[in-house]
Every structure is written in structure tokens, then in C-alpha cells.
Write a protein that binds this ligand. Structure first.
Ligand SMILES: NC(=O)C1=CN([C@@H]2O[C@H](COP(=O)(O)OP(=O)(O)OC[C@H]3O[C@@H](n4cnc5c(N)ncnc54)[C@H](O)[C@@H]3O)[C@@H](O)[C@H]2O)[C@@H](O)CC1
Ligand SMILES: [K+]
Length: 488
């Protein structure tokens, strides 16, 4: 499923209504799905204030409040308009809830959620009175009282089609039925925060070309239970060339990422001077001057590049030669990409390569594309080079020629720290070794690492500031479980 405009969404809703689906039952389905997402995301009950306008977006928020209260949360309500101006559906949900709008701040422990139900796809233009006063209150509580703004469908004031906004900044945006195109635009990232998709069974979406969101509901085929007689050969053998004396941790993090993402056997090739101390489960080989050793034995996937530093000229030549001959699925990261760019050998890129540049490395690979919007840059790159590109950034993009590009919704600003990319490369390697194609391996690895980093905060007591790449590794298990249980 790919993203839709506001008017496409309206058409899909109208089609559902003409099939006999009722708007009220869609609203209840939406509200329950939103609440389930929040209860999964925030394991401890807390406080929730809904800020509602007079449309159906506000009605959704009232259903969420009802569900959260049943789960032990303390709730409160702010409304922009007197109830006689609301839609009938919202008035009915208020009667069910049995509370009145007030000004108080709900007391008690746990997270403070600020539910943005001011405007959804019915928005026209920038936020106007009296809604903008409530948006300001949300921003104040976010900045001064640690409130977490959760936008329903889209952040109020954001244009659903082009992503422009002068409105509210949300920490989480939970979009209903299908992602709205505006939410996926580069310019919208800082207004939307973490994206989540709440599927609506009453509103099935057609497949169409365009940007897709990676979610467990859309890509459930990526994870199937292991057969009981599974053995380590089935799990896949990964060979990693990473790290250097000044960046020994990159080798450790990449190999631990691969290990904790399910690889059966991992061999880490290390520079003899590298003091890295990988886990005992990881086999190590000293590389000496002989890069070809990396390519000698058969394996199911290779990871080349994290923290590799500058190779000697003979080593660089041997590595390029090995890449030219090899057909094993391979993750190329960091200094392996710098080597390709510096030696002008992008012609070596093939369909079994998953390349994982950050924006700086991408600019070295394709200086002429670096200034473009991310989706366009990624799409043009894979049209030129027959590989899969995982372009890191606030919203990691995964693209390969002939397929819809995918955007990753998980993760947070606390992942902007050294080592997270090394872990990602190892996770990609393990998933490639497990038999996934580069597009699926890259999409799932980005989702899992982002989700693990989120769990480090919501389940592990970390903050955006304290979260490290090691925390990401520690929480990979919970991220796999979340995917299998189709949460988020
Ligand atoms: N249509 C459906 O069947 C479903 C709709 N759902 C929800 O309903 C939302 C759409 O509901 P509505 O169509 O009622 O529209 P909204 O709830 O987005 O709001 C429309 C109201 O806001 C006012 N308004 C518009 N632009 C404004 C601005 N810039 N400043 C101040 N006020 C403004 C309008 O006068 C109108 O009264 C979706 O985003 C979604 O949250 C969900 O319940 C799922 C099902
Ligand atoms: K909203």
C-alpha cells in the first residue's frame, strides 16, 4: 500500500460508505486502533489530554480517551467549540465518555500524552482561531511539562498533500487507513515525528505506485517462525570486514548487530592492530595484508566497510577485485563506499549489493544528486546503479529499481550518535544471510534498529540523550517481538 492524497482518502471513505460501512463504526475502529498503538508504545499507564476540534478528527480522540481510561489512564479534555457545534458522531462519543471539557491538568505518574484531535483531513489552510489557542497550549505543555504530542491522522495545520506546515509540532503521528502523502515529504519530518499507521479493516486501500511506509502490517511476509529443526547453517553465515585501530568499536558493534539479528555463524576479519573485543560467539580472523581471505570461503552474506578506515593501495585494489568477482549478497557501508567513490568504481555495484550510506557518504557517491529531495535522489541513484540503496537519515529510505521506494517510520533523534550505523550494517548482514532480498533486508533492518532504540527509552529507562548503539543492540529482541505481533 502506498500513500494517498486527502481527496483520494475521501473517495475511499465514500466508497466504503456506499458499501454500507458506517462512519461511526469507522471512527470507533480508528479510535480503538489508535489506543492499542499507544498502550503498546507506553507500557506504564499515564495521563492523556485530548484537544479536539468540531470535526471527526476530534471524535477519534474521544474514542481514544475512552480506551485509555479503561486501561487505567487518567484523562482530560479541551475543546475548541461548544458541543452543539460538533458533529453528531463526536457528540455521541462525548456522551459515552461522560466527562466535560475543563482546564485542569490531570494528576498522577506516567507519560503525559497530548492528543491532537483538532484537525484531520478536513483542514483547510493554516490553523485559525479558536483552534490555534489549543495548539499553543499543547506546544507549551510539550516544551515545559514533558508532554508528548500525538497527532491523530496528521498534525493539525499540516497540509496532507504537500507536507507544508505552519502548525503544530508532533512527537508521534498516527495516520489512519493509509499514510497521507504530505506526511512522507522531507519537509514534514520535523512536524510529524515518529509515524505510525493504523490500518482500518473497513477501509481497505488499493495498491498503487509511490512511496511506501515500512510497517509490520504491510510487510508481514518478512518474518515467519523458524521450523523446530532449524540449525545454524539455516540461520546463515556472515563474514564481516570492519574496524581499524582507531575505530575498533565499529567491528564489535557490527558483529554484535549481526549476532543479535539471528545470524548463525559470524566471522569477523580484523586488522592485526585492532584491539576490538567481540563477543565469544563471534569468530575472528586476523586479516594481515591479505584481503582476498575475506572472499575465499563460501558464506551467505558479507558486510564490508564500517570503521574500516583507509586501506593501503594493495588492499584497496584487492578489495575492489574481490567485489568484482563475488556474487554473495553484500552490505557495503562507510569506508567501502568511500573507496568506491574515491576510486570511481561505482560500476561494481550489482543487484546483490545493499549499500548503506549516510547523507555525507551519499554525496560522495553521487554529488549531482545530493541536493535533491531524498526520494528523488534515491530513485535516480538506483536507476543508474543496479543495487539497493538504504539512505540513512531522519527517515531512512530504501530504494531499488522497479519497486516502490520504502520509508522507515521508526527511531528517534537519540539515534544521532556514533555506532548506530555499524549496528545497522550488521543487522542488514544477518537478514541477507537469512535469505531476504536486499530491499526486504534493508527495510526490515532499519525498522528493527529504530524500534529497538525506541524501546530503549519506553521500556529501558533511557532518554534521547543517553541512548547509545549498545542500547539498540540490547533491545533488538523486543523489536523482533513487536514486528511478529504486528505492533506499530
Ligand atoms: N471520514 C471517515 O469515515 C473517517 C474519518 N476519520 C477522521 O475524521 C477526520 C476528518 O474529519 P472531518 O472531515 O470531520 O474534518 P476534521 O476533523 O479534519 O475538521 C473539519 C472541521 O474543521 C474546521 N476547519 C477546517 N480547516 C480549519 C482551519 N484551518 N482552522 C480552523 N478550523 C478549520 C472545518 O470548518 C470543520 O468544521 C480524519 O482526519 C480522521 O481523523 C476517522 O474517524 C476514520 C473514519
Ligand atoms: K490531528
Amino acid at each position: 500500500m502506498s500513500a494517498v492524497t486527502a481527496s483520494q482518502m475521501r473517495q475511499l471513505e465514500d466508497q466504503a460508505f456506499s458499501r454500507g460501512i458506517e462512519a461511526g463504526s469507522l471512527m470507533d475502529e480508528a479510535g480503538k486502533g489508535l489506543a492499542r498503538w499507544l498502550l503498546d508504545h507506553f507500557p506504564q499507564p499515564g495521563r492523556a489530554i485530548a484537544f479536539i476540534g468540531k470535526g471527526k478528527n476530534g471524535g477519534d480522540a474521544l474514542v481514544v480517551l475512552d480506551q485509555l481510561r479503561r486501561a487505567g489512564w487518567t484523562i482530560a479534555l479541551r475543546a475548541s467549540h461548544p458541543t452543539h457545534e460538533w458533529t453528531t458522531l463526536a457528540r455521541q462519543r462525548l456522551r459515552r465518555l461522560g466527562i466535560e471539557p475543563d482546564q485542569g491538568l490531570p494528576a498522577g505518574p506516567g507519560p503525559l500524552i497530548l492528543l491532537d484531535g483538532l484537525l484531520g483531513i478536513g483542514a483547510r489552510g493554516a490553523l485559525r482561531e479558536p483552534l490555534d489557542a489549543l495548539a499553543e497550549e499543547m506546544s507549551r505543555l510539550r516544551n515545559q511539562a514533558g508532554g508528548i504530542v500525538v497527532a491523530i491522522d496528521l498534525p493539525s495545520g499540516l497540509n496532507a498533500d504537500d507536507g507544508s506546515s505552519g502548525g503544530l509540532v508532533a512527537d508521534i503521528t498516527l495516520t489512519l487507513g493509509a499514510p497521507k502523502i504530505g506526511l512522507l515529504q522531507d519537509v514534514a519530518a520535523r512536524y510529524c515525528g515518529r509515524l505510525g499507521l493504523i490500518p482500518l479493516a473497513g477501509l481497505p486501500m488499493p495498491d498503487q505506485p509511490g512511496l511506501e511506509l515500512t510497517t509490520p502490517a504491510l510487510l508481514s511476509h518478512l518474518s515467519t517462525p523458524r521450523p523446530h529443526d532449524f540449525h545454524k547453517g539455516d540461520a546463515g553465515r556472515v563474514r564481516i570486514l570492519a574496524g581499524s585501530p582507531g575505530m575498533s568499536g565499529a567491528a564489535t558493534l557490527a558483529s554484535h548487530g549481526a549476532l543479535r539479528a539471528g545470524a548463525g555463524l559470524i566471522t569477523l576479519f580484523l586488522d592485526p592492530e585492532n584491539p576490538a573485543t567481540p563477543l565469544p560467539e563471534v569468530m575472528t580472523k586476523r586479516l594481515s595484508k591479505r584481503i582476498p581471505a575475506l572472499f575465499e570461503d563460501r558464506c551467505d552474506a558479507r558486510v564490508i566497510g564500517p570503521g574500516l578506515g583507509r586501506l593501503t593501495a594493495p588492499q584497496a585494489e584487492a578489495l575492489l577485485e574481490g567485489l568484482a568477482q563475488d556474487t554473495t549478497p553484500t552490505v557495503l557501508d562507510a569506508d567501502a563506499l568511500n573507496l568506491l567513490a574515491g576510486s570511481d568504481r561505482l560500476d561494481l555495484l550489482r543487484s546483490h549489493h545493499l549499500i548503506t550510506p549516510h547523507p555525507g557518504e551519499f554525496a560522495r557517491l553521487a554529488p549531482d544528486l545530493a541536493g535533491l529531495l531524498r526520494e528523488e535522489a534515491a530513485t535516480r541513484f538506483v536507476d543508474r546503479h543496479p543495487c539497493t540503496l538504504l539512505l540513512k537519515g531522519t527517515r531512512t529510505l530504501i530504494a531499488t529499481a522497479g519497486r516502490n521506494p520504502r520509508i522507515n517510520p521508526t527511531g528517534h533523534a537519540g539515534m544521532a550518535s556514533g555506532g548506530q550505523g555499524d549496528v545497522l550494517s550488521g543487522v542488514c548482514g544477518a537478514l541477507l544471510a537469512g535469505g531476504l532480498c536486499p530491499l526486504d533486508a534493508g527495510s526490515w533492518a532499519a525498522w528493527l534498529c529504530g524500534r529497538a532504540a525506541e524501546r530503549a527509552i519506553t521500556h529501558g529507562g533511557e532518554s534521547e540523550e543517553s541512548c547509545t548503539a549498545t542500547h539498540t543492540i540490547d533491545h533488538l529482541g523486543g523489536a523482533f517481538r513487536d514486528w511478529r505481533e504486528q505492533r506499530r
